[in-house]
Design a protein around this ligand. Structure first.
Ligand code: KIV
Length: 269
């Protein structure tokens, strides 16, 4: 008989209850092996649609298909035990109607085994968030800078620089909280607005480029590891992976070229 206690995954109520308490740690991950490392430290892991840009070289997240999110979502669920896994709903899979959103969110949850989905938009998505949560699908909202709308927003621009726009962002935050979201990503908003939103809503705010005033933080893993040559300005880069990979590949290529590659160790036994 095993004496080891099974590890229990974090749940959406647990993340919801972290409001105003210990800061929530989260990162994106798209693969089983990086997710296994992140899992030791993160309260939740987001399989973000940023994978279209980070892993697949797309210009924006607009072209990301549902099946790609599901494939990466499955990998991250397989690689992890503890963190709540949240999978992004890609552009075009939820905006048209609550019914459409339910169909696609249910597909994501059934096929990946994730614990929640995330979708972008504030007040305009409140009806859909309510529809999904009433039917058993936990939703993380995403307000402020919403990359899927970058074509309408005119690019990736900090939100709330003009105080006259704050009311609309605050209304978005209140609407998604009232609709039943268990947490919300607040992306690319000025610090005093992030602080105000965090104070006004009773669910956790997860900041990205939105200051330490939020209840938690999220970064794109590849950005903070130093794999992205041009990370967004707000990102603190903790690693030097691009240079480490380059040095390793160079050393390998040189050994192969000059035949100093250690052949005895390179056979299947
Ligand atoms: O897609 C993503 O990675 C995201 C984060 C930036 C929050 O939505």
């Amino acid at each position: 008989m095993s004496t080891q206690k099974p590890v229990r995954r974090n749940t959406t109520p647990k993340i919801r209850n972290m409001k105003g308490g210990d800061p929530i740690v989260s990162l994106t991950s798209y693969h089983a092996h990086t997710a296994a490392i992140v899992d030791r430290y993160a309260d939740f892991i987001l399989v973000g649609d940023s994978l279209g840009m980070v892993m697949h070289g797309m210009e924006t997240t607009v072209g990301v298909p549902l099946d790609l999110m599901i494939m990466h979502g499955k990998a991250v669920v397989r690689g992890t035990q503890k963190a709540l896994i949240v999978v992004d709903m890609p552009f075009g899979t939820y905006e048209e109607s609550p019914n459409m959103a339910f169909r696609n969110a249910a597909k994501i949850m059934k096929e990946t085994g994730c614990g929640a989905v995330k979708l972008e938009g504030g007040a305009r998505m409140a009806e859909t968030i309510h529809f999904l949560t009433e039917r058993g699908i936990p939703v993380m909202a995403h307000i402020g800078l919403t990359p899927q709308s970058s074509h309408v927003m005119g690019g990736f621009k900090t939100q709330g620089r003009d105080e006259a726009t704050w009311d609309a962002h605050i209304a978005d935050a209140k609407a998604v909280a009232e609709a039943g979201a268990f947490a919300m990503v607040v992306e690319g908003v000025v610090e005093p607005l992030a602080a105000k939103i965090t104070k006004l809503v009773d669910i956790p705010t997860i900041g990205i480029g939105a200051s330490a005033e939020c209840d938690g933080q999220i970064l794109v893993l590849e950005d903070m590891l130093g794999l992205n040559a041009t990370p967004p300005k707000f990102v603190k880069v903790y690693g030097d992976l691009a240079n480490q990979i380059e040095a390793s590949v160079k050393a390998y290529a040189e050994e192969v070229k000059d035949r100093s590659f250690p052949t005895e160790d390179q056979v299947y036994r």
